[in-house]
Design a binder for this molecule. Structure first.
Ligand SMILES: Cc1cc2nc3c(=O)[nH]c(=O)nc-3n(C[C@H](O)[C@H](O)[C@H](O)COP(=O)(O)OP(=O)(O)OC[C@H]3O[C@@H](n4cnc5c(N)ncnc54)[C@H](O)[C@@H]3O)c2cc1C
Length: 421
């Protein structure tokens, strides 16, 4: 059924993931007439498929001000709608003294931001984790870190946005921008033109394609990651943990969300060749955690046109939802490692598994920025595997950018231009 669309709004947001709906909430609360256009369903892609971590520890310190702002916004959201937000504490467990030294280095760099994190030594670990077969040297512990339930959270924020006056239109792809006199004047959707003065592109893994069609270069690639959910279980672990070769967090339903670090897959695609010089350093830095794969995806992506007219269906309508298959071998391995390290998980069984495509930039930092080449166009994308936790804050500062208010966080590190200087 054709959804009803407005003919005019002040701000159009492309994409109903956590960034798009958080921006809509912040704009609606400022009294701005805003609509979100989502080609599939709200939270259909990364924003419902992630681990649900709201993490400061281990983050690039440039993102910590956003992370601290996000914690306040998460509290406010949870006070209005149950999104499963809670402070669990988050521990990066260290298997060796050299890993502890790495954590100390991060802490030294992060301390000035006011982040609430500390090193926990071996004697204190039993307060955080159940008996373990692995000898841990200690952990980097984020005291204010926590989790939320990804699907409930993104939908909950969308509900708050609608209650504040935003419109959210699902099943409505934005084909591209309407441009008049050198500035944005609307969005061309599959159901017609919507006039607007400002557009926020929060298109997740699709943002590069969208920008490219308007001759705006956004260096972004996709990484495939798998996740599993266990049946409810009393394993005596409430803290969210990164065990080095597996990750684990307690869910609101009593089960655990488990995954494996070092098992993300970067498929070779035409874009990875085009962007190879920009991403070379990232690939080298992440080689421990990332497998390069040559397969069908190269040819699938080769078939997607990079330039297309807006008067006929576009690639955004051809794929309503990126829904890649999970890798069962990798997930079984992650669960076995967890069981070996923590015997209290011995009876854990998998009830569900899924995968998602993470959108990444060369420096693993997002773009949260006006696009200088086109007045009225704003980009909030490239969150590189950690946009859920900071999503509400990213939405808030994007809204500040659009309305010309001073963003609550300095955004100098998040410009699009940084990739070209
Ligand atoms: C397996 C996995 C684990 C992760 N774990 C964590 C974690 O624990 N903590 C954390 O902070 N982050 C995590 N992340 C990353 C986090 O999920 C993302 O950074 C975040 O969800 C990105 O949100 P988004 O709104 O930018 O993108 P998305 O959620 O992908 O939303 C983009 C939306 O835009 C829509 N769209 C695109 N183009 C168009 C168009 N032309 N017209 C209309 N709609 C369009 C898409 O359909 C999509 O719904 C993880 C990601 C994955 C996949």
């Amino acid at each position: 059924m054709k959804p009803e669309i407005p003919t005019q709004v002040s701000v159009a947001i492309v994409g109903g993931g956590i960034i798009g709906v958080s921006c809509a909430l912040a704009l609606a609360r400022k009294g701005i007439d805003v609509a979100v256009f989502e080609k599939g369903t709200v939270a259909g892609e990364q924003s419902s498929r992630n681990w649900g971590w709201i993490r400061s520890v281990g983050r690039d310190v440039k993102e910590l001000p956003l992370s601290i702002l996000a914690n306040d916004i998460w509290k406010d959201i949870q006070s209005k709608v149950d999104v499963g937000y809670r402070t669990t504490g988050l521990a990066y467990l260290a298997a060796s003294e050299s890993e502890m030294a790495g954590h100390q280095k991060w802490l030294d760099a992060a301390r000035a931001t006011g982040v609430r994190a500390k090193l926990v030594g071996r004697p204190e670990l039993p307060k955080l984790i159940p008996p373990s077969k692995r000898q841990w040297a200690g952990a980097l512990y984020g005291e204010a870190d926590g989790v939320a339930e990804p699907l409930a959270a993104t939908r909950g924020i969308a509900e708050l946005a609608v209650a504040s006056g935003a419109r959210i239109v699902e099943g409505c792809a934005v084909r591209g921008l309407d441009v008049s006199a050198g500035r944005v004047s609307g969005v061309v959707t599959e159901h017609g033109l919507v006039k607007c003065a400002d557009v926020v592109l929060a298109g997740g893994a699709w943002s590069r394609l969208f920008c490219g069609n308007h001759a705006i270069e956004f260096p972004q690639l996709k990484v495939h990651a798998s996740v599993l959910q266990t049946a409810p279980l009393d394993a005596g672990l409430d803290v969210t943990i990164n065990g080095g070769d597996f990750t684990c967090r307690k869910r609101s339903d009593g089960g655990y969300t488990v995954s494996k670090l070092g098992a993300s897959v970067a498929d070779l695609t035409p874009d990875s060749i085009r962007l190879s010089t920009k991403f070379m350093r990232a690939w080298l830095n992440e080689r421990k955690y990332l497998k390069l794969r040559v397969g069908r995806r190269f040819f699938d992506e080769l078939m997607i046109p990079r330039r297309f007219g807006l008067d006929r269906p576009t690639p955004f309508e051809a794929c309503r939802m990126l829904d890649p298959a999970a890798d069962p071998g990798m997930l079984n391995d992650a669960l076995e490692r967890l069981k070996t390290v923590f015997p209290s998980f011995a009876s854990a069984s998998i009830v569900r598994s899924w995968a998602g495509m993470i959108d990444v930039t060369p420096d693993a930092l997002p773009v949260i920025s006006k696009v200088r080449a086109l007045t009225g166009f704003h980009l909030g994308s490239g969150f590189s595997g950690h946009g859920f936790g900071i999503g509400p804050a990213a939405g808030q500062v994007l809204a500040d950018l659009v309305t010309g208010d001073r963003p609550r966080v300095d955004l100098a590190d998040f410009t699009l231009e940084r990739f070209f200087s």
